[in-house]
Design a protein around this ligand. Structure first.
Ligand code: GLY
Length: 368
């Protein structure tokens, strides 16, 4: 399905607006890596919980460079990518895909420069060091006994490093992580749990749990969006139909449970949520569904995912979500939620929401 001209215009307008907001951000707060806004402002002393967002700023700058061809964006994109290079050996987070895929991988794809590729590969190797042999999973930053659904968005960088180096051990780690996540965190109805807890002595899976969702047996919307997108990526590397089926089942759950406008609450199961929207989950799901539309072998489902992604974009490009008519707001998308229980980034702009919003807009424009 080709997007309507009016929606394409909204996408161009949103990209231009994002460019203005990002230019303001990097000129006003040079070398600052924001995570979420407070009352619409990026710079504050709020807690981070974990440092996983530093690739999303450079990633947006690369996207703007690709869209405009303007060397100013290129120079900033390289600068903000270089600022995070040292994180390629960071063993404290499970987010090396989030850090290096939007930045150094994009940079490598544009240049073919092998020294840039080596940074991406090293990040993949570092992430693989989180592998827990007994349970067969990459552990989260929280503890060795903890598996997060979010890691499905990061495991791709290990598949990539394995392909580039022909390292079968890396490939096996990434593959087993995906199979374990599918087994213990994705439920029969396509919903997902945020976290799985293991016995590290035996490798036995003990229970589902959550940090950012409502309950251990509920469906945190962003977690499901990470799974929808991440299992699609796992399929592109492996061609394993189980991963495609899992991604599609997550997509169907998203579509079934979300209101007509396409933006879910923080958790679908929370009774009477105080806030109706988690816009970053919608941006991630739109981008993941745009990918799935090309991956699925079924034309009807392909059309469904494409149309649904466009429906989400139609909603997110309205001034209720796009901050274009909100004076003084520094982010791009409003109504994101980072960590509801901790009260961090609640009903604010979040860096990954803006990144995935820009990513899917870029794909829609490119494919139009
Ligand atoms: N830490 C990843 C997320 O909040 O989705």
């Amino acid at each position: 399905m080709v997007p309507r001209a009016s929606l394409l215009n909204k996408c161009y307008m949103a990209l231009e607006f994002a460019g203005r907001q990002l230019r303001y951000l990097i000129e006003t707060y040079p070398d600052y890596f924001p995570m979420y806004t407070v009352n619409g402002k990026w710079k504050h002393e709020g807690e981070a919980w974990t440092n996983w967002c530093e690739g999303f700023l450079g990633g947006q700058l690369w996207l703007l460079y690709e869209h405009t061809g303007d060397p100013w964006w290129r120079e900033k994109a390289e600068h903000y990518s270089r600022l995070i290079e040292h994180r390629k050996t960071d063993r404290t987070v499970h987010d090396l895909g989030f850090l290096f895929w939007p930045t150094w991988k994009r940079w490598y794809d544009l240049t073919g420069d092998e020294s840039i590729n080596q940074v991406v590969i090293e990040a993949g190797r570092t992430l693989a060091l989180r592998f827990q042999e007994k349970g067969g999973y990459l552990c989260s930053f929280v503890a060795e006994n903890s598996l997060f659904i979010d890691i499905m968005m990061n495991v791709g960088i290990i598949f990539y490093a394995a392909q580039q180096t022909q390292d079968e051990r890396l490939w096996d780690i990434a593959y087993r992580h995906c199979l374990t996540t599918r087994r213990v965190l994705v439920r029969g109805d396509g919903s997902t749990a945020h976290e799985g807890i293991f016995d590290t002595e035996t490798g036995e899976f003990l229970r589902q749990s959550t940090h950012q969702g409502w309950r251990s047996d509920s469906s945190w919307a962003r977690g499901l969006a990470w799974a929808l997108y991440g299992f699609g990526t796992a399929y592109t590397f492996t061609n394993d139909a189980r991963f495609l089926a899992t991604a599609e089942s997550c997509a169907h759950y998203y579509i079934e449970r979300t209101p007509e406008h396409g933006v879910p609450p923080n958790d679908w199961d929370e009774p009477n949520p105080s806030l109706p929207y988690e816009s970053s989950a919608a941006a991630i799901a739109a981008s993941g569904m745009w990918n799935l539309a090309k991956l699925t072998g079924d034309p009807t489902r392909g059309r469904l995912y494409r149309e649904y992604a466009l429906r989400i974009l139609d909603t997110l490009t309205e001034p209720e979500f796009l901050a274009i008519e909100t004076p003084g707001w520094e982010g791009v998308l409003k109504h994101g939620i980072y960590h509801l229980r901790k009260g961090l980034g609640v009903d604010e702009s979040v860096m990954w929401g803006d990144y995935f919003f820009l990513e899917v807009i870029s794909k829609v424009i490119r494919d139009a």
